[in-house]
Design a binder for this molecule. Structure first.
Ligand code: PMP
Ligand code: GLN
Length: 402
């Protein structure tokens, strides 16, 4: 019997996600975390914090475990969390959200993205994203048999070219997927960019999906949620997550906020992905969303300091570092160190200097490889001790021979 390639394998190959000799490739984050462990390297690769969730958030999850919150939650999420999400949208952005009809709790933003893309894309539909992009985008677009259309962000500020964006959107565009604040670059898209996205979506009858998981990690400037813009709400699906805001990436509690007909479509898929999950963690994140402003302010202040610490270390080591007004990451250009192949250099840095970073090349389409080839992404959401050790190790990094 000949075993034919599984449908996913075929789709992934077609989308350039697998090399001809591979049938399973771990994500770049999983691969570099495993390499960091194997080599005893400092892990500035995968974006998870060294800090713990706030005590009240942990206590709320523990209390739920101790008091019967251990069975399936409702498919849309526990009412307490849905109400907390609706209250959060009003408190921070002045948005009116119906917790019963316009919110769905998901297994992290990752499931929200997958369910949304699978809910709305027909095979052959086009999905427009800025490049570089979070790794799951290309994978779920492939799962949905849709086509990824990329619009490059220009280093060092990673602003999109609005003419290139307009050229990428057409009547085949099913949705425009916007990640702001942006991973990996830390860019925050301003009102002008987002208004252009909404106008293009109207013109071509497309949906807008926003990934706002770093919404509370903006250090310079302000986060603008797309759905707060005129004419946006009716066609925008907002995705976020408690992972970054509450140092709880392993809890995988995310959410979708959108008008009822759109959340219903997402739920139709989501209920067959995980059905529902994480009841005690839903209680924890619900508590987190009601924390006073001081929690959100302190998180931002603290991360901004760590960003500055790592940025200074990378600059001293000879990298050209992009500004990163938001998020968990700094993008550092190693071209002046003689680096042409960021993937090979990231592996060299990990082995020889004991510092793991992600090659930005892994977060782009085939067509974008050359443009970003000397860039590495370093996570600054790690402890000060780890960042100081990394600074020390980077100071002795020898120029890349990769
Ligand atoms: N989107 C972006 C831009 C991310 O960086 C991440 C990873 N944290 C996710 C989505 C996934 O979020 P979650 O862990 O809540 O699934
Ligand atoms: N969001 C994290 C990052 O960008 C990784 C999450 C994951 O490993 N899927 O590094």
């Amino acid at each position: 019997m000949t075993i034919v390639a599984a449908p996913w394998e075929r789709a992934a190959r077609g989308a350039g996600l697998l090399r001809p000799d591979e049938s399973l490739a771990p994500t770049i984050f999983a691969e570099f975390s495993a390499l960091a462990t194997a080599h005893g390297a400092l892990n500035l690769g995968q974006g998870f914090p060294d800090d713990e969730p706030p005590e009240q958030v942990r206590d709320a999850a523990s209390a739920a475990i101790a008091s019967g919150g251990n069975q399936y939650p409702p498919g849309r999420g526990i009412p307490l969390l849905r109400q907390a999400i609706a209250d959060h949208q009003r408190r921070f952005y002045g948005l009116d959200v119906d917790p019963d009809r316009e919110v769905i709790v998901t297994a992290g933003a990752t499931e929200a993205l997958a369910a949304t893309l699978l809910a709305f894309c027909e095979p052959g539909d086009e999905v427009v994203v800025f490049e570089p992009y979070y790794d799951s985008y290309a994978a779920v677009v492939a799962l949905a048999r849709a086509r990824l259309v990329t619009v490059p962000l220009q280093s060092p500020h990673f602003e999109p070219d609005l003419d290139a964006l307009a050229a990428a959107v057409n009547d085949r565009t099913r949705l425009i997927l916007v990640n702001t604040p942006h991973n990996p670059t830390g860019a925050v898209f301003g009102r002008g960019v987002l208004e252009t996205v909404v106008a293009l979506a109207h013109r071509h009858d497309a949906l807008v999906v926003t990934d706002e998981v770093y919404e509370h990690l903006v250090y310079d400037g302000a986060h603008v949620p797309v759905s707060a813009l005129p004419g946006a709400t009716e066609r925008t699906i907002t995705i976020s997550s408690g992972g970054k805001t509450f140092n709880a990436t392993g809890w995988k509690i995310g959410w979708v906020v959108a008008p009822p007909h759109l959340t219903d479509a997402v739920l139709a898929i989501k209920q067959y992905l995980t059905y529902a999950g994480g009841t005690p963690f839903q209680h924890g994140i619900a508590r987190g969303l009601t924390l006073p402003d001081e929690h959100f302010d302190a998180l931002r202040r603290d991360l901004a300091e760590r960003r500055d610490l790592l940025s200074a270390a990378l600059t001293a080591a000879g990298f050209d570092v992009s500004p990163a007004p938001a998020g968990y990451f700094l993008v550092a250009d190693a071209a002046r160190l003689g680096v042409q192949d960021g993937d090979a250099y990231a592996r060299q840095l990990l082995r020889e200097q004991g510092v793991a970073a992600i090659p930005v090349n892994a977060l782009v389409s085939e067509a974008g490889r050359a443009r970003y080839s000397s860039l590495l992404r370093f996570a600054f959401c790690k402890s000060r001790t780890v960042l100081e050790q990394a600074a020390e190790r980077l100071s002795s990094a020898r120029p890349g021979n990769a």
